[in-house]
Design a protein around this ligand. Structure first.
Ligand SMILES: Cc1ncc(COP(=O)(O)O)c(C=O)c1O
Length: 388
């Protein structure tokens, strides 16, 4: 309680926090200051892709701390070069820009798309279409890109040049796709918006139409990326290859990171002096990220993620109070009956299970290497909460 009081005295109150002080974690179990343990079905919010303090990850990050923790981006580091190579090779992209968060990765994508168009077509082709109910971050530009009215308060004026098309509505999108548009930016599974996957037809339309008109497609995989949906990238589940993919959250297993990946059409658009980030590509993040990628890109690991997703989903559907599931792989939205998601989330916490909400749904983003034993323990708690 003392920590909580001190915290609230000194930290801005931008989050509705639960009264738990987390102290440590091992495998997929967090421990609070008072010794209480919590099974983790949230990975932070999709960040701890390898659970708490995975031994290979700890070793790599600690070794990196001991050799060089930071240097400015006016110099090179081997670990950033190694991580960039692995990331580009595994995802099939040409080049990457590193930042420190999802919002920063998307800021880079927005700047890149506008400059691509400016370089080729001049002024006036700067509009970016995003989707109603999307979420792209909390900076002024990414809030402007976010297609939810609730975020468009207080902080006026917002950045111009974003239009919101209705998800899965081809006619609405077609109406907005004119010759002032430089990019379409989407989440393939809207995360904060309620774990809702886009229709494949709608996605195909976007890619076909944009290709015809030299409009870049940006896929925000900040939440869906790095194995979360059962493939390294969710776009692989949809059989598409965006010009730009943004990643963050789970990419470095818990160290701040953001990545904006660009294909051969636009990977050289941002030249010297046009973009930057003091901490971007930080050696600790790159060292952690290399361990994450080495594990997540392993075929056997990917197979296990898919098997666990299938198992968890089938067990969830056996719970009486579960009405339906949404999402993909280990990104799971649960529509429940009998109580609100917020109530269920709090009750799970009280009983030792960390879950998330997304709009009116419960949302599960468990660590990708969660064990069956941990899944079963978590399921038991969830079942208990939803049945009472
Ligand atoms: C799809 C998506 N994009 C961007 C962001 C913003 O990421 P960050 O909080 O790291 O800036 C989030 C965060 O939830 C997200 O889910």
């Amino acid at each position: 309680m003392e920590t909580i009081k001190q915290f609230n005295d000194y930290v801005m109150g931008t989050y509705g926090r639960f009264d738990v002080v987390m102290e440590s974690g091992e495998n997929r179990v967090a421990a609070a200051e008072d010794g209480k343990q919590y099974i983790d079905f949230g990975s932070g919010i999709g960040v701890n892709s390898l659970g708490f303090c995975d031994s290979d990850w700890v070793e790599a990050v600690c070794n990196q701390v001991k050799s060089i923790q930071h240097t400015s981006n006016y110099y090179y580091t081997k670990v950033q070069a190694d991580f960039a190579k692995k990331l580009c090779e595994e995802t099939g992209y040409s080049k990457v820009f590193f930042g420190n968060s999802g919002a920063e990765a998307n800021e880079c994508a927005i700047k890149l798309a506008r400059k691509y168009s400016f370089d080729k077509y001049g002024k006036g082709r700067h509009n970016i279409i995003t989707l109603v109910n999307s979420f792209h971050g909390r900076t002024i530009a990414t809030l402007s890109a976010t297609g939810q009215d609730v975020f468009h308060n207080y902080f006026f004026p917002f950045v111009e040049g974003f239009r919101y098309a209705k998800a899965n509505d081809i006619a609405d999108l077609a109406d907005k796709l004119d010759d002032t548009v430089c990019a379409v930016m989407i989440e393939l599974v809207q995360g904060e918006g309620g774990v809702i996957a886009l229709d494949k037809d709608f996605v195909s339309y976007i890619f076909d139409e944009c290709k015809k008109r030299d409009i870049l497609v940006i896929v925000d995989e900040v939440q869906t990326g790095v194995g979360r949906t059962g493939k390294l990238l969710a776009s692989q589940n949809f059989g598409v290859k965006p010009n730009i993919t943004t990643l963050a959250k789970g990419l470095a297993g818990g160290v701040p990171i953001g990545a904006c990946l660009a294909d051969e059409t636009c990977c050289d658009v941002l030249g010297k002096g046009t973009h930057g980030s003091t901490f971007g590509g930080n050696p600790l993040a790159c060292a952690g990220g290399l361990v994450v990628l080495n594990k997540v890109c392993d075929r056997e690991f990917e197979k296990q993620v898919n098997e666990k997703a299938e198992y968890l989903r089938s067990k969830l559907l056996e719970i009486e109070a579960v009405e339906s599931l949404s999402g993909m792989g280990l990104m799971i939205g649960i529509t429940i009956k009998g109580k609100t998601a917020a109530e269920a989330c709090k009750q799970c916490l009280d009983k030792g299970l960390l879950v998330l909400t997304a709009k009116e749904k419960l949302r599960l983003l468990p660590p990708l290497n969660i064990s069956y034993e941990e899944i079963n323990k978590g399921l038991e708690i969830l079942k208990n909460v939803l049945s009472n």
